[in-house]
Write a protein that binds this ligand. Structure first.
Ligand code: CUA
Length: 186
């Protein structure tokens, strides 16, 4: 047995490495292409509706006048919460919502950019002066969550937060029966 042995394949490891390097480069290329397509698509097709609210006139009338803030039951049984962020608080600073039904938040800022998030949920938006931020969520269980401002907005930023109280739907409906707007501000 001589002369016919197959020479050991010394460059097989190199070939495998080169193949994996190509896979890694391909993944990067795919991600860059996805980012470019996503960015271009968003730039050429803006959101279907951008709602605006003049931050200088929120308190004078319209949707965000003080008497219209808080939680309200819509004809379809869902709940709408309207609130304002301003340096350095939210109004109302205790938001009441029922568990188990869709809750739509409509928020805006009266001055600078604030952050709006509710702990233990994936609710996380920016409140930009001039624009209305909306998000719909459903809270599964009653309980108290916190709502800290998460965008640095000035010296009082770290003290800017509100509470969100999620209560039983039946209890919420009872309270909503004789009041137009609900909150848990004491
Ligand atoms: Cu408002 Cu930070």
């Amino acid at each position: 047995m001589s002369g016919t042995a197959i020479p050991p394949n010394d460059d097989s490891a190199e070939r495998i490495e080169r193949r994996w390097a190509m896979v890694a480069v391909a993944i990067v290329v795919i991600m860059v292409v996805m980012a470019v397509i996503g960015g271009v698509h968003q730039a050429v097709m803006p959101q279907s509706h951008v709602e605006t609210a003049d931050p200088r006139r929120l308190h004078l009338g319209g949707e965000f006048i003080e008497s219209n803030l808080g939680s309200t039951v819509e004809p379809d049984g869902s709940v709408t919460v309207r609130a304002i962020g301003q340096q350095y608080s939210f109004t109302p600073d205790c938001i009441l919502a029922p568990a188990g039904v869709p809750v739509t938040f409509r928020m805006t800022s009266a001055d600078v950019i604030h952050g709006f998030l509710i702990t233990d949920t994936n609710i996380n938006l920016m409140l930009v002066p001039g624009y209305i931020s909306t998000i719909t969520a459903r809270f599964d269980t009653p309980g108290e969550r916190h709502m800290p401002c998460h965008e640095f907005c000035g010296v009082g930023h770290e003290g800017m937060w509100a509470r969100v109280k999620i209560i039983d739907k039946a209890e919420f409906d009872r309270m909503a029966a004789d009041r137009r707007r609900l909150s848990c501000v004491e």
